[in-house]
Design a protein around this ligand. Structure first.
Ligand code: 16G
Length: 240
């Protein structure tokens, strides 16, 4: 098979060759995202390696986020989300447009006077009532991000309970952001973020800050998110 040829083209110890061969097969889409790998015994035979060598290699690939192991169901190539940086969308929009069921777990929702650091970033007057919403964002049962959004209460209404799409809710009140400033940075997940995202501490994650401005240039969102680095590719078209 082609996979076996890839394996034979590599140099070095067998375990490493196997990891490289499978990694390149996944990266070249030879094995597509979401696809199941053959059952271990069959797969080991196809590759001409022992089951224990294969298993070690699969463990490594799972740790690197390239495959997912689901108990009782086997190994699957992980799905990555390609997100264009050039379109202003929210999490729910992104998921729905991909045919994925967005799920959110609300970890905190509070109304309070705007925290000083947010006031400085957004120029909202001190004392402005804001809604602080901390959510875990999932695709089905898969955790993708941990996110804290701060929005003026006037943008969502006092009776907002934090469920559903925040941007959808804003559309019906003050309006969702029309323009955003966003920065993305690679950081190591600290213990708290690692716990929320269910990754090992020190795993690389994307920390994204977003400040959204409404129709009149007034800030309507101050958000900070940690997206799983093994699930997200931010892509941009850049013209020279
Ligand atoms: C995205 C935004 C976040 C916004 C949320 C609204 C990034 C990095 N962050 O996650 O700022 O609050 O979408 O999503 O893109 P919702 O409409 O599904 O609640």
């Amino acid at each position: 098979t082609e996979l076996r040829q890839r394996l034979n083209r590599q140099r070095g110890p067998l375990g490493l060759r196997l990891i490289n061969a499978l990694t390149s097969a996944i990266e070249d889409d030879m094995i597509a995202a979401g696809e199941a790998l053959p059952p271990e015994r069959e797969f080991a035979e196809e590759l001409g390696v022992s089951r224990s060598t294969l298993r070690q290699c699969l463990e490594q690939l799972a740790e690197d986020g390239l495959i997912e192991t689901r108990r009782g169901a086997g190994h699957f190539v992980a799905r990555r989300i390609l997100k264009p940086v050039t379109r202003l969308t929210g999490f729910t929009d992104d998921m729905v447009s991909r045919g994925i069921q967005p799920v959110s777990k609300i970890l905190e929702k509070t109304i309070m006077p705007v925290p000083p650091d947010t006031a400085f970033r957004t120029a909202l007057p001190l004392g402005t009532p804001v809604f602080v919403l901390v959510r875990l964002r999932l695709a089905g049962d898969e955790i993708l991000a941990y996110e804290r959004s701060i929005v003026p209460v006037t943008s969502v209404g006092e009776d907002y309970d934090g469920t559903g799409s925040l941007y959808g809710r804003m559309d019906k009140h003050g309006g969702r952001p029309k323009r955003i400033l966003q920065s993305m940075r690679a950081v190591e997940a600290g213990p708290e973020i690692a716990e929320h995202l269910k990754v090992k501490p020190s795993t690389a994650v994307l920390m994204i800050r977003r400040i959204g401005y409404g129709a009149h240039g007034v800030a309507v969102e101050d958000a900070i998110s940690w997206y799983r680095g093994d699930r997200y590719d931010y892509v941009a078209e850049i013209n020279g």
